[in-house]
Design a protein around this ligand. Structure first.
Ligand code: NI
Length: 179
């Protein structure tokens, strides 16, 4: 079972942190991305029944806080504990590295985390493989699809339900590239 009070507390915390942020290429609030990633991750965990649903739910809602808001690892740790903060940190790109190294580096750190964090990363990419912002070039979309394959190849092997969802989304994304 999962804890609805914890969901509400975490959602409200994340929503507040991202309150100025919009979805790329739109005026919609960023929190809708967080809710979608959370839904994907929780749904996948419910299918297998083996992972910690609260850990997946919290890391999904908080996955972009360190990367995109003023919150730090310490803020997350103080509020939600070390496991959640470690998970969110692994999901955060290290901007001190060259751009092409940032995703592989994050994926390697995610591999050292519990399986729930791998599920959150795959859930994030499933949601991000929806229709891309109108200003993205064909090359950017192709690279994004390639990167999604790297995510699936690196993190797969833990939850077949979400891996099948991600594989289908990667395939479906070709229609945006060829549009
Ligand atoms: Ni995200």
């Amino acid at each position: 079972m999962w804890n609805p009070d914890l969901y509400q507390k975490t959602l409200s915390f994340a929503n507040h942190a991202h309150r100025e942020q919009k979805l790329p290429g739109s005026n919609l609030p960023y929190v809708s991305h967080l809710c979608n990633v959370c839904m994907e991750a929780v749904h996948a965990v419910l299918q297998s029944g083996i992972e910690d649903i609260d850990l997946a739910m919290q890391c999904a809602l908080l996955h972009d806080t360190i990367e995109d808001t003023e919150l730090t690892y310490q803020d997350i740790e103080t509020e939600f504990g070390t496991r959640v903060a470690d998970g969110v940190l692994a999901l955060t790109k290290n901007v001190a590295l060259d751009k092409p190294k940032q995703m592989p580096d994050s994926l390697q750190r995610i591999l050292q985390q519990p399986n729930e964090i791998r599920i959150v990363k795959m859930a994030d990419r499933i949601n991000n493989l929806s229709e891309p912002p109108h200003y993205w070039t064909k090359e950017k979309k192709m690279n994004y699809q390639l990167e999604a394959r790297l995510i699936l190849d690196t993190l797969g092997g833990v939850n077949s339900f979400i891996e099948t969802r991600l594989a289908k989304r990667i395939e479906h994304y070709s229609q945006y590239i060829n549009a």
